[in-house]
Design a protein around this ligand. Structure first.
Ligand code: GTP
Ligand code: MG
Length: 201
């Protein structure tokens, strides 16, 4: 009997033009289009994969990064299992804005435990020569803002794209496993005889 596939909702956030749609398209269809239009609102695509032997259906939500579409995208944050905070290594403002994106997500997704929530940070457009953000700067931000995994990607030549999305899935499954473990150890077994034989009442 094949194991049931877990459905994971993964959302891409980040400034307009950093490459969110391109990353989703590269990962799901393995295509790259250098003349993509700005996303309006949100779109999603599904991708089936296996993570550590477990079947997973990843529902990837791509959002409009432009400020004017904030009210169109924020209602879709709720219920996300992982958030991919995306910037472009050739655009320092998109890197500076990561903190705002994280704050916006935590607020509208109503995340109860931001420190325990799986974020993955993507520095896209690695193929572009003129960088404005160094890998060290980006890694330091990730370390200091929640110890998030960091991937430098290129939707154009596919560098690290699958690796970044697979890490997102691993992080979600790890959170689920931790929660299941806590549930299992927290539940009191009312039928088990107490070891010492002592009775409480
Ligand atoms: N060189 C290079 N260009 C890229 C890469 N990823 C995206 N682009 C280009 O950057 C532009 C913006 O990419 P999009 O994927 O539309 O960006 P977005 O984050 O979805 O933008 P919004 O929909 O406005 O939020 C497009 O012209 C892409 O072809 C990349 O890895 N390398
Ligand atoms: Mg887009």
């Amino acid at each position: 009997m094949t194991a049931k596939s877990s459905l994971l909702k993964v959302i891409l956030l980040g400034d307009g033009g950093v490459g969110k749609s391109s990353l989703m398209n590269r990962y799901v269809t393995n295509k790259f289009d250098s003349h993509l239009f700005h996303t309006i609102g949100v779109e999603f695509l599904n991708k089936d994969l296996e993570v550590e032997g477990r079947p997973v259906t990843m529902q990837i939500w791509d959002t409009a990064g432009q400020e004017r579409f904030r009210s169109l995208r924020t209602p879709f944050y709720r219920g996300s299992d992982c958030c991919l905070l995306t910037f472009s290594v050739d655009d320092s403002q998109s890197f500076v804005n990561l903190a705002n994106w994280k704050k916006e997500f935590v607020y509208y997704a109503d995340v109860k435990d931001p420190d325990g929530f799986p974020f993955v940070v993507l520095g896209n457009k690695l193929d572009v020569a003129e960088r404005q953000v160094t890998a060290e700067e980006a890694r330091r931000w990730c370390r200091e803002n929640g110890d998030h995994p960091y991937y430098e990607t290129s939707a154009k030549d596919a560098t690290n794209v699958a690796a970044a999305f697979e890490e997102a899935a691993r992080r979600v499954l790890a959170v689920d496993e931790r929660a299941e473990h806590l549930m299992a150890t927290d539940t009191v077994n009312l039928h088990r005889k107490s070891r010492s034989g002592a009775t409480c009442c």
